[in-house]
Design a protein. Sequence first.
Length: 283
Amino acid sequence: MAKNIHMCEYTRIDVALLTALAEPNRLRIVELLNERPRSVGEVAATLDLRQPQATKHLHTLARAGLVTVHPLGQRRICALERERLRALQGWLDGFAADHPTEGVLEQYRRAIEAEAADAEHDPGWAEGRELSLTRTLPVTASVVWRYWTTAELMSRWCAPEHFAVADCEVDAVAGGRLRIVMEEADGSRYTAAGRFLGLDAPRALSFELAAPGPDGEPMLWATFALALRERGTGTDLTLDVRITASTRDAVPAVAGMRSGWDECLTKLARTITHDETERSEHP
């Protein structure tokens, strides 16, 4: 049922309208009537159609809501229904604008190409690479800490946009297991597993994760250091990541590491803000 509702929303422009415009003669009629209303006979003569053909096409356009035929005595005058065309224009405008995710996708493609070229010359090209990300969150460090050390809370944000956390295992003690299974809409799953290295609640924690490659063996190893510093009514978060080992299979993961974790932290901020708003409105 949910799928049918989604499809109805997506195709809110009636398929009959698009089908009517797809036939070349009917499209020519619409273009002709855009100049001014015309009689059925004039439409037929101008487009070199037999009158029964023109009448049939006009009936199809009328059923699609694109044309109205006005009987005026012995004559039938055809005119465009421009409101229907304005609705079509509004629908098409939604496809004409650039979408932010398309730019991100193009950046990711270029990043993969660059990483692949480096990996071709140096199999250990990514080892030792570091990145740092920051956020300021409108809650105390203790609140942020819970979202990193509780499986239920971590599963709500610890995956890039367009992914969901299908499974999350968090044993927040030194040496404790950390496992995150991310799932795409098509059911594809990606796992990152490792362990906590150190915890100093609620100020800092560190952990390591490994991601398996196509053969099931680890293709990427990285360590993560999280620092939380309270400032006023909020908390400054810093996440430092260091790649400790990699294989050539890790090219896509390395290329998308910064953007992926950036999206995760954005989801973390959004989730915390939502929860705090809910808590304040429903104490």
